[in-house]
Each structure stands twice: as C-alpha cells, then as structure tokens.
Design a protein around this ligand. Structure first.
Ligand SMILES: CC(C)(COP(=O)(O)OP(=O)(O)OC[C@H]1O[C@@H](n2cnc3c(N)ncnc32)[C@H](O)[C@@H]1OP(=O)(O)O)[C@@H](O)C(=O)NCCC(=O)NCCS
Length: 213
C-alpha cells in the first residue's frame, strides 16, 4: 500500500501519498519494494537506515538511525515493527533480520550493537538495551549520567521467541531456537534450544532436536 512522507529537518514523517513517497525514498540509505509504512511513523537520520523489501511498520513507530558507522538501523526482508515501538541506534547499530517480528510498544537501544536473527520475534512491551552505566567508586561526586557507559552489544539468534514484557541486558548472547518466558530478565548467555523463565532468567529445560532431524 502506498504511503506519503513529509521531510522536516533530519526527521521524516510518513503520510499517505505515493507521490511524496517516490521522492522521500531517496533520503534512505536503501529502501526496498512492497513496503507498508503506516501513518504517524517518524524516521530520524534516514540516510543511515536500510529498509528491505516487504518491511511493514505500524502507526506511531520511531526509528532513529544515528550511527558512527555507515548504517544505524537495518530492517530485513518482510520484517514487521508493531505500533508504538521506538528503535534508537544511539551511535551503534541495530540489525533486524528477515521475517523478524517486533511487538507493540517495545524499546530497542543499540549503543553497543544489536543483531536479531531471522524468524525471531520479540513480543510487546519488551526492552532491549545494549548499554550500561558504569560507576567510578573513587569519584562519587559525578552523577551516574556523567560517568562512562559500557557498550558490549547483544546478539539474538534465529527463531527465538521472546514473550511479552522481557528485558534483555547488554553483553548477552542468545542462541538459536530459544524461548524466553513472559516477564523474564536476561543477563547471561543462553544456549541453543533453551526455554528460560524468570528474573534473572533460569534455564527451565533445553529442547533437543528429534533424532535424524
Ligand atoms: C515460557 C512459556 C512458553 C513456558 O511454557 P511451558 O513450557 O508450557 O511451561 P509451563 O506452563 O509448564 O510452566 C513451567 C513452570 O514455569 C512457570 N512459568 C511458566 N512461565 C513463566 C513465566 N513467564 N514467568 C515465571 N514462571 C513461569 C510455571 O508456573 C511452572 O512452574 P511450576 O512447575 O512450579 O508450576 C510460557 O509460560 C510463557 O511465558 N508464555 C508467554 C506468553 C506470551 O507472552 N504471549 C504473548 C506474546 S507472543
């Protein structure tokens, strides 16, 4: 479905108009075919955003591509970002793979880099943040916001189901075929096939592939 965009400084707002869309596509690092961008979507630094074929972005989403590298946000083929979600690369990079689903009202901050493998899904109200504040115990006069940040990055494998309201902290590597129970907080690496639950998340069991598969 054709949609319109309106350019305002470094921001782009979407509007229903094929005509404007035609011109605005050129503002992106790359913009694919058959995309579906709903109304009230805001893009910041679109010159650092890649949108592949078939991407769908729902109402009220904000995507900020600001990055020290060439690309801040990459939305893979047929990925879908649900309403109200905010994605900020904040100087790092966020790679969302093919067929990935990001649920409504999620927040993703990519300072240390985030990669979400194909066919994965993160349900609504989840928060993925690739950064932490650090504390210099010898200098307590400085408020935390003026102390250095630590940005390690987060990797999420393929076919991972992150249920509703999960929190994924910086430095974590999640394997393939993992299930994360609703409301879990992930602060350690998770192996392939694990079902994890709780705060901090614990491995409940590991799903093994059937023999011969
Ligand atoms: C993680 C999940 C898939 C586990 O399902 P399951 O393997 O069938 O597990 P069970 O329901 O048999 O529960 C196993 C144990 O873990 C507990 N448990 C399950 N999910 C839990 C959760 N999210 N948080 C805390 N404990 C949980 C159960 O109470 C049970 O404990 P018990 O043995 O002491 O009674 C499921 O519980 C879940 O969280 N689903 C998310 C649904 C959701 O968010 N949907 C919307 C997004 S698509």
């Amino acid at each position: 479905m054709g949609k319109l965009f309106f350019r305002l400084g470094k921001k782009l707002h979407s509007f229903n108009s094929k005509f404007r869309m035609f011109f605005i596509k050129g503002a992106f690092l790359s913009f694919g075919k058959n995309t579906d961008i709903d109304s009230d979507v805001v893009f910041e630094h679109p010159d650092k955003i890649i949108i592949e074929d078939g991407v769908s972005i729902c109402k009220g989403v904000l995507i900020d591509g600001s990055s020290n590298g060439e690309c801040g946000v990459h939305l893979g083929k047929n990925s879908r970002i649900r309403e109200g979600t905010k994605i900020h690369s904040y100087g790092g990079s966020i790679y969302i793979g093919e067929n990935v689903r990001i649920g409504p009202n999620c927040v993703i901050y990519g300072q240390g880099g985030i990669k979400i493998g194909r066919n994965s899904g993160i349900a609504g109200l989840s928060f993925i943040v690739a950064s932490n504040h650090t504390f210099d115990e010898n200098d307590r006069s400085k408020p935390f916001r003026l102390q250095p940040e630590s940005n390690k990055g987060i990797t999420i494998g393929e076919n991972v189901w992150g249920a509703a309201n999960i929190l994924i902290l910086d430095g974590v590597k999640i394997g393939n075929d993992v299930t994360i129970g609703a409301g879990s907080v992930i602060r350690k690496n998770i192996p392939d096939g694990a079902v994890v639950i709780g705060n901090p998340a614990q491995i409940c069991y590991i799903r093994k592939p059937k023999e011969g598969k």
